[in-house]
Design a protein around this ligand. Sequence first.
Ligand SMILES: [Fe+2]
Length: 402
Amino acid sequence: MLHRHTLGRIPPKPHTAFYDDNGNLLMEQCVTTEGFNGPFSILYFQTPPTDEFEAVEYEVPGFAPFELATSTALCRRHIRSQKQTPQGDFLTGRRTQFVNVDVQIGIIKPTESAQRFFSNGDGDELYFVTSGSGYVECVYGILQFKKHDYILIPKSSPYRIHLDEPECTLLVFEGRQHLGIPGQYRNKFGQLTDYAPYSHRDFHLPQELMSFDREKHGNPPYELVVKMSDRLSIHRYQHFPLDVVGWDGCVYPFVFNIHDFQPIVGRVHQPPTIHTTFAGNGFVVCSFVPRMTDFHEKAIPCPYGHASVDMDEIMYYVEGNFTSRKGIEPESFSLHPQGVPHGPHPGTYKKSIGTTRTEELAVMCDTYKPLQLTTSADALEVEGYNETWVNQEGESVFERDE
Ligand SMILES: [Fe+2]
C-alpha cells in the first residue's frame, strides 16, 4: 500500500446505488485486508464476480503442487535457474524453487500469453522481470511492464500476463499474506520519507481499466484459476467476471523498476539492509544496483565474511560483475543458509580493494525461516559449489594470490 488511488467511475459515497450508462445497477465489491482493519479498495462490477457455475480441481506440477527435494545437507548451494525449460504461460510454466512457511520463490520462462486469469489466495506476489516485456491485465486495470521491473500483485487479485515476445524470464516471490514497502521508509503519516531509496513517483499504478473485449477475452465459459493453501481450482463463469467500471482505495498492483532504486553508499562497507526494497512476513527482498563503492582510503568494498545466524540468504544474479562470487552467471541463484558462515570467494576480497564502482545487478531475498529446495531446484543444482572456497587439495586459498 502506498497511497489512495482512483480509476474509472465511482459514486460520491461508498455503499450507495450506482448505475451504468444503461441504467443497470452496478455491484459494489469491497476488497478488505486483515478483516476490515487493513488497507482496502472498493470496486464496481458490471456483473457480480460471484456467479461462477462450476469449480473443479486443477494442478500445475512443480508449482501447485510442488515436491520438496530429499537432499538435506546444510551447505551453500548454486542453482542454475537459467537451465529451467521455457514453457507454457505465466501460470503453467511456473516452477517453485525454494520454500518456507513465509515465502515461496519461483521461476517462470513463459513462451506464450495466458488465456486464463489467475488469483493467488495464498498471498501477495512480487515479480521481477529478468527479461522480456508485456502487460498485466488485472481486475484493477492494465499495467505495462519491461525488463528489470518489479510487479506487485495483491493477494486474491485476478490477473493474467501478456508477452510482447515469446521470450521472457520472471522471478516471483509469493509471500504469505502481504508484502510491500518497509515501514522504515515511511513517516508516521504513511508518506515515503525524502531519505527513502525511492519516492512515490517511482511507483507506476494502473491508468487504464480492463474492459470486456470479445476478441481478447473470448466466449464463455470464462475461467479463473484460484490458488489457496497450495492447491489450485478452476472457476468457470457464464459472464465475464472482471468487468470493472471504476474503483478506489489502497489495494492495487504496481510496477517499480529496479533502476529507480537509489543506492545508499557509505565510507566503509554497508550491510545489505540498505538494499532493502520490499518486506513481507518473515522475509525481505533487496536490490543490488550499479553504484559507487565505499570511499574510505582503506575500505574493502567486497562484503566481509558473514555469519547470518538468523537468516537464510538467497541471491539471484541478474547482470554485471558480481564482486564476491566466481562461477556465477546471470539467472544463477546462490543459497547461503543460516547455521554456517559464508563469505566472499577466494581472491575477490583482496581484489576489491581500491575499486570505486560495482556494476552488479542482483535481487536478494533474506528469510528468517530456513528455506528448502524443491525437486525443480534440486534438478538445476551445480554440484560442488559448497567446496569452491578451497583448492583441489581441499585447502583454503583465501588471501593467497592467484
Ligand atoms: Fe551475507
